[in-house]
Design a protein around this ligand. Structure first.
Ligand code: PLP
Length: 434
């Protein structure tokens, strides 16, 4: 059994996270329940930051809040000195409500609306990552209307796709995001923004993928970007103050996954960025990165109550829990894999192999296929590990299931940070015909 962060088995023989017994958590807050190990989030954040500090490199580590955007999480990111990425008006609103310092908020997205861009300008956020020519024009006209200036990064697609274990180099990358680096669009965009006095062009952004276990992709991306930066320095006298290499650092969902430590990714990125800056006689840019999953993923555990079971003779045994694709859509959406144990008796011997089903009306609503588990009984508590990223943030009300509560645990204390939805919440926006 792999135990993340502060997770351990306590004297009662129960799973404990952040010094709090999970059986007690389930009793107090109900199930399903998202439990976050705050100390582990802090450790990950410090891991990313530390390597920059040690090498004396100016950097920003921006938490990609789409992985888990709530007021408490944004506040925790602030406590840890992180910056913050948002990709919508809703995430921006969450950040503003949490009181996050606006100058450290970065706004992403391939289709930001006029209203969203206006909101960003009105709140004078740190920078907007401009994605395409439509947005460029929109932002330009808004700046003129509001008689204001804005800091921007240009998002480019370097023509590298990370496929978890290998990288595909594509001449003209087929992506909905960013200006293509190879076909001249990025240069065209740069020429346009440099001519417009309301834009302060900080530099270049790229993001090559997610759940990446090696540094190769980041290093290749840096190389491609520097080749262009070198050209643009000579041609356009442009020097990037900032190079943002995005997020996508992998985490361990199951024993097949072998991620690097945060510091390892950062150390190699720094080494190569220094190398290219030196080679092209450029000033070392600030390095920004944007971890989402790797800051919160393995810090999250979901607790479920075991319910009905169904045995299909000679085929498999289904064990159903009181949640499913409504609180974790990743297995249904992209065959994501997870590990789990019975939280009320994690040391019991796993005697059978079962498949964990959700309670939604979809055959595809399965959480884990073929999980070794002790013979489960009704009311046993199932803990699914590593659900902290893209779990709650992708949660939905399919079948009108209320979304679970979220608790933060740290040093023996639990804190409710998102309340469980009620049935009243579910119909709150409905308008009655009567
Ligand atoms: C999604 C995303 C991230 C975070 O990705 P993770 O895999 O969660 O680390 C960072 N930057 C951008 C631009 C993204 O779209």
């Amino acid at each position: 059994m792999y135990l993340y962060g502060t997770t351990k088995i306590n004297q009662n023989g129960h799973l404990e996270i952040g010094g709090v017994d999970t059986v007690q958590l389930a009793e107090q807050y109900g199930t399903p329940l998202y439990v976050y190990d705050v100390a582990l989030i802090r450790e990950r954040a410090r891991g990313f930051k530390q390597a920059f500090i040690e090498q004396n490199v100016t950097a920003q580590v921006a938490y990609a809040s789409k992985a888990f955007s709530t007021i408490a999480m944004v506040q925790l990111a602030e406590e840890e000195g992180l910056s913050l990425d948002v990709v919508s008006g809703g995430e921006l609103y969450t950040a503003l409500t949490a009181g996050f310092p606006v100058e450290r908020i970065h706004f992403h997205g391939n289709n930001k609306s006029r209203e969203e861009l206006a909101m960003a300008l009105d709140h004078e956020i740190g920078c907007i990552v401009v994605d395409n020519f439509t947005e460029l024009q929109l932002l330009k006209s808004l700046c003129l209307e509001k008689n204001t200036t804005v800091k921007i990064l240009l998002r480019v697609t370097p023509g590298i796709e990370a496929h978890t274990h290998d990288y595909i180099l594509t001449g003209q990358e087929d992506s909905k995001f960013g200006f293509d680096l190879q076909n001249g669009q990025a240069e065209e965009a740069l020429q346009q923004v440099l001519l417009f006095p309301s834009f302060e062009v900080l530099g270049i952004h790229c993001h090559i993928g997610s759940q990446i276990f090696e540094t190769t992709g980041f290093l290749l991306a840096a190389e491609k970007v520097f080749e262009k930066l070198h050209e643009w320095k000579q041609k356009l006298s442009f020097e990037a103050k900032v190079l943002n290499l995005g997020g996508g650092f992998g985490i361990r969902y199951t024993k097949e996954d072998e991620p690097l430590a945060p510091a390892q990714y950062v150390t190699e990125i720094i080494r190569d960025v220094k190398k290219w800056s030196d080679l092209y006689s450029m000033k070392l840019p600030e390095i920004w990165i944007e971890p989402g999953r790797s800051l919160v993923g393995d810090a999250g555990t979901t607790l479920y109550k075991v319910g009905s079971q169904k045995e299909v003779p000679n085929v498999r045994k289904y064990v159903a829990v009181d949640g499913g694709m409504s609180d974790n859509i990743r297995p249904a959406l992209y065959q994501a894999k997870y590990e789990a144990v019975l939280a009320n008796r994690p040391l019991a011997e796993s005697k059978e192999t079962v498949s964990i089903a959700g309670k939604c009306c979809e055959s595809g609503d399965m959480l884990i296929w073929d999980l070794p588990l002790p013979a489960a009984e009704q009311e046993d508590l199932l803990a699914v590990f590593c659900t902290g990223a893209y779990g709650y943030s992708m949660a939905n009300n399919y079948n009108r299931l209320p979304r679970p509560a979220v608790v933060f645990v740290e040093k023996g204390e639990a804190r409710l940070v998102v309340k469980r939805e009620t049935y009243e919440d579910l119909v709150r926006l409905d308008v009655s015909l009567k």
